[in-house]
Structure formats: C-alpha cells, structure tokens
Ligand binder design. Sequence first.
Ligand code: HEM
Length: 369
Amino acid sequence: MLLTAGRLVRRLRRVPRIGWVTADPLTARRILNDPEHFSLLGEGGVGHLWAQVLGDWVYEIFDGPGHHQLRARTRDLFTDESARRLTDRVIGARLARAGAELRGGGTVDVADLARVLVGRIVADLLQLAVVDRDESYREIFATGEELASLALGTTASTRLGPETVARAKAIVSRLTANVADSWRSAPAETVLGRCRELGLERRQAEGLATLLMVAGTETAASAMARTVAILHDTGAQHRLRGNPELLPDAVREGLRVTTPAPLIGRAVSADVTVDGRWLRAGERVLMLTYTANNAAGGFDLDRGYQPDQRQLWFGAGRHLCLGAPLARAEISGLLRTLLETGRPWRIESRRYRRSVLIPSYASLPVRLA
Ligand code: HEM
C-alpha cells in the first residue's frame, strides 16, 4: 500500500508513524549520497537492526570510517568478470541441467530453480559443507530467508523484540559456522579466500559474510524468476531471442521494474534541509525505490539508461550494493539458459509467495512452446 500510495508522495512528505517518505529518485539519491546527515546505524536504518543481532561491533563496520575501510578493501571483490567466473563455477552445471530438461520437453519451476541457484551461491560464499543436491540448497535459501524475514514489520520501527533477536542469533551462528576457518584457509578463488588476501580481519569477514547472505538471497532469486515472467508476459522474450545483444538491457529493465529491495531506510543523524523540508536528527526517512524506479514506465527493452534512476535498485552512494555484478551475472545466466534452448517459454501456472520480505513467486513452472 505504501509503495502504491508513494506515487502521490514524490518529493518528500512526513507520514504519521513512518517518518519522512520520498519516492523521487533524485531526492533519494541525494539522501543516500549524504553520509554527513544520514546513517543506517540509527533507528530506521538496517545497521540498527543488525547491531541488535550481531553486536555493537556492527557500528564500526556498517557505517562511518570502519565501513569506508571495509568498502575500500572490497572494492574489487565482485567485478563483472569475477562474478561471471563465480557463477560459471558454482551454478553453470545446474543451469545446463535445467536447459537440457527443458529441451527434452520437461517442465522447470523457475522460482524453485532460482532458490536452488542462489542457495548454491550462498553455500559457496560461506563455504558451507553440504551434500550436493537441490534439497540442501533449498534449505540454505530458506534459512537465509528466515533471517531476512525477521525484518518484516520493521517499517515503523527497527527495534527488535528479545525473541526475534535470539532466533536471528541462532540462524547467524549456524550459517556462519565455517566462516572463521575458511577465512584462514579457503583457496584464493573463493570469496572468503579473497577477503583474506584483500586484508580483511576475521571479524570483518564474518560481518561481510552475514551481509552477503542477507542482502543477496531473496533479492536475487526474486529478480531472476520475476524477470523470466516479465519477458514472457510482455512478449519481449521473442525479440530478445533474435537479438541476444539486448541481454544486458533485459537484465537492467528486469531489475528496474521489480526493484527487489523496494525501500531503503535511513536515520537522520544531523539536522538538514532537503527539498525545502527541515529534517531533524533522530527522525527517519524511507526511500520508496520501487515507486521511484517504476515512475519511468513499464518494462521496455528499448528504454535505455535512465539518468534519474541510474541504478537505484542497487541503492546509491557508499552503501551501493556490493553484490551488484553477482546479481546481474545470476540473472543473465538464467536468461541465457532459457534463450539458448532456441524456443519460446510458456508459463504453465504461477503462485505468489505470501508473508515474505521481498515479493516473489512460490512457483513458476515453465515449458518450451
Ligand atoms: C537483485 C539482487 C539485489 C538487489 C536488488 C540488491 C539491492 C541492494 C540495495 C538497494 C542495497 C543498499 C541498501 C542500503 O543502502 O541500505 C544493497 C546493499 C548490499 N548488497 Fe545488494 N542487492 C542484490 C543482490 C546482492 C547480492 C547477490 C549480494 C552478494 C552476495 C549483495 C550484497 C550486498 C551488500 C554486502 C550490501 C551492503 C553494502 C554496504 O552497506 O556497503 N546484494 N543491495
């Protein structure tokens, strides 16, 4: 409701119980690029949420000079090239199997496949020792999702109850059980091995691993399945099949119209005037990025780069999504698999997921026409 009503908000408006709200891409980017007055550590920001689960050291890593140092060291953790190598290595064979199933006349549930693929990536990032079968990766995905879902209902306040904090702590320690060891000994081609070589301390690597899992699980799986559905529903798949050079445009447009992280919150850390409104320290601001990105219109392979939105689906400024190249590589990998079958795909049925943080499909079985 908020995202739809946000169409009327546009610039900056105060909404009871929520705080300042904007659906304007330029205002949102201005706020995200202003670390002097906005922080994600105070009430209203995701750092405040995580500090309650992970401990006060989050305040040293999620924002301010510690965060700056972490981002400077991890600048090249994911490049387009390294993300492509990672996805080829970790999900390439599973994608090839899905392509073969489709070519053989079978049905592939793309929503389930996306969860399995993302589960595989998470297992590799966190160096989890699992039996190599889909069920293990579904479980990893579900655990990451359970952790992210603890943020449900925090739109009005990012303060968590003691029970939620205890549940979150248990999940984090289960998922990051191997991080400390892997940071010490994992080979350089793994992300944790790279973290070590880039000079990250153990605690930084642990914090980053948790972040990667939470930030990159539901978001990526949602964008993957929803982009497949949009290409089908708009008929754009036919043009894309004949013009594979449009793949980056399809990925960008898919990310824009789905905007899997539909809003971003910040705490106002110092008084500031934005768009003629006076925001005071201690208040909070919500940026409705879904609404801002969709103001440009529906999915269109010819839309091109939008200077107002830029890539607001990945945020902006010092917290710009660290995994953006990886997310793009995952979506491209799935689309390429479908396109390389040489035939259009048909959606057999669709079911939406309920009570999840990120809108997504529960199932999306597809078959070749
Ligand atoms: C379609 C998929 C994705 C979307 C839409 C997305 C979106 C975002 C957004 C909007 C932010 C900024 C949050 C803020 O400013 O408060 C962010 C941050 C982040 N994302 Fe992503 N993300 C995606 C996938 C991934 C993946 C695959 C990873 C890595 C495995 C990842 C890792 C991160 C990290 C580590 C941050 C925190 C960066 C920081 O605070 O410096 N994301 N993401």
